[in-house]
Design a protein around this ligand. Structure first.
Ligand SMILES: Cc1cc2nc3c(=O)[nH]c(=O)nc-3n(C[C@H](O)[C@H](O)[C@H](O)COP(=O)(O)OP(=O)(O)OC[C@H]3O[C@@H](n4cnc5c(N)ncnc54)[C@H](O)[C@@H]3O)c2cc1C
Length: 461
């Protein structure tokens, strides 16, 4: 370790170095955590971001999850989200196809942009560093314990932001949590996403969009996607191809259940594969089961890839070019915070005075529930109360593990919404530190409107 420690602290009967003593410590550098760190730093807070991988972007980069879905809510882009899209464009990745509203990014460009944003804002990123524990005094987190490349260390901060996706920091601090669907106990299915190269995208387009007349295919190459999902009501033309593979014994029913692929802008002939979807008997919140899911999922990945190479026009010369560095957990643990969002908030299009963003992505709880879309122009808001807890004063939570029910989370979990939540958390954390207001006592709606990333429009509630 270098000499610039801020002293040491006792942990588990030994002295460990304190790597940083800062205003804000963010754990997890996914879409929501990166936004939180950048915005905390831009708002004057000395900020450290702890990330267990070697790239920022979380599922969007390490998990090969692509593209940013459209929130379906009008004017939902908060300033940070708009900036990320603009930075993609400036980096040569035109994110819009002119037909759909989704944002086609490129994982390698995105992680570079995130590094640049952190560097410019003055965020210190601790890579290859895993949050393992917290040290609390009463209702305050004093430090988090991290496993660095050099061993255990501590990061002290005035405010902590849990952006781990798995509510890891919150659980370590004793915050109540839920996992899975209350009716079945199952988490949403995991996926082991990957990329395939060597695809003749024009041939694929000709086959699926022109010959099969798949009306799901709205945009044209280089922006092109194919899909089939047997758990949905909607029927897709490629279902037949996958069902045929089950009949011939080349793939299993589990492997045929869900298959989707998107071209990646800037990576010609490469598609991001939104599959295999691993059966729910493998749990996103049980370490043994999760590990078995990796082995099981990798086999599924190879079966699906080989099947497509043999039978899907355009894939004849394709190959697996990359596999995700983290399993795709749609849902694992969620905190129970001050406010608990539920399915009715989606259907009622709830509004909140302390809203931090809006969204209208449909409820997409694979295998459990897939909702109708809200009427055009409809949306619900996400309140600041879902980001904070009764138990811990100096904690904010962002992204897919905020305080929401299993079913509601299946709508709010998309990347742009997670980014907007992180953005607000960063602003609130910096504001609280500056004005000496605990995160869970702070009232988002009392921050001057021009300092907030989102102001509730009120109305329907
Ligand atoms: C298969 C799948 C397909 C999806 N498809 C789409 C899609 O097409 N479009 C879309 O917009 N959304 C999609 N989503 C949803 C979306 O990607 C996630 O909900 C979103 O990325 C969540 O963001 P987050 O910041 O909360 O967490 P994550 O993206 O999960 O990021 C968490 C970060 O925290 C880090 N971390 C975790 N624990 C620790 C620790 N203890 N110490 C240090 N670091 C830690 C991780 O390495 C990671 O970088 C999909 C999700 C899945 C799983």
């Amino acid at each position: 370790m270098e000499k610039s420690f801020k002293g040491t602290m006792s942990y588990a009967g030994r002295e460990i170095p304190v790597l940083y003593s800062v205003d804000v410590c963010v754990a997890g550098g996914g879409p929501s955590g990166t936004a939180a760190a950048v915005m905390a730093a831009r708002n004057g807070a000395k900020t450290v971001l702890v990330e267990r991988g070697v790239a920022l972007g979380g599922l969007a980069v390490l998990g090969c999850v692509y593209p940013f879905m459209d929130t379906h809510a009008p004017d939902s882009d908060t300033p940070y989200v708009a900036e990320v899209k603009e930075r993609l464009r400036k980096a040569g990745i035109e994110p819009f196809d002119g037909v759909t509203q989704q944002t086609w990014h490129n994982p390698e460009t995105l992680s570079l942009i995130y590094d640049e944003m952190c560097e410019e804002a003055g965020v210190d990123v601790l890579y290859q560093t895993v949050l393992v524990d917290t040290v609390c005094k009463g209702s305050v987190i004093e430090a988090c314990i991290v496993q660095t490349i050099a061993g255990l260390a501590a990061v002290r901060a005035k405010t902590f932001i849990d952006s781990t996706g798995d509510a890891y920091l919150s659980r370590a601090a004793g915050v109540p949590y839920e996992r899975g669907y209350e009716k079945t106990g199952n988490n949403q299915p995991l996926s082991f996403r990957f990329e395939m190269g060597g695809i003749d995208v024009d041939r694929l387009y000709q086959h699926v969009a022109v010959e099969l007349k798949e009306d799901w295919c709205k945009s044209k190459p280089p922006y092109f996607e194919i899909a089939e999902a047997m758990h949905r009501k909607q029927r897709y033309k490629l279902e037949e191809l996958m069902a045929e593979g089950v009949k011939t014994g080349e793939i299993t029913q589990e492997e045929a259940e869900y298959m989707q692929a998107y071209t990646i802008i800037g990576k010609n002939g490469v598609m991001s594969m939104n599959c295999p979807e691993i059966p729910v008997k493998f749990s996103a919140s049980n370490p043994v089961s999760y590990s078995k899911a990796v082995t099981y999922g990798r086999k599924m990945m190879h079966h699906i890839a080989n099947y497509l190479i043999r039978h899907l026009p355009g894939f004849e010369k394709a190959f697996i070019s990359r596999e995700a560095a983290m399993l795709g957990a749609r849902e694992s643990w969620r905190i129970r915070g001050k406010h608990y969002l539920v399915e009715d908030d989606y259907h009622n299009q709830s509004r909140f005075a302390d809203a931090v963003c809006r969204t209208a992505w449909f409820i997409d709880a694979h295998g459990e529930k897939v909702s109708e879309k809200l009427p055009k122009g409809g949306f619900y808001e996400i309140p600041y109360g879902s980001l904070v807890t009764e138990q811990i004063e100096n904690l904010l939570v962002t992204g897919r593990c905020i305080s929401a029910s299993f079913i509601l989370q299946a709508s709010m979990r998309i990347q742009p919404t997670c980014m907007s939540i992180g953005e607000a958390a960063g602003i609130a954390a910096a504001w609280g530190v500056k004005h000496k207001i605990a995160a869970n006592a702070l009232k988002w709606e009392e921050i001057p409107a021009d300092r907030r990333s989102y102001v509730s429009v009120g109305g329907k509630s």
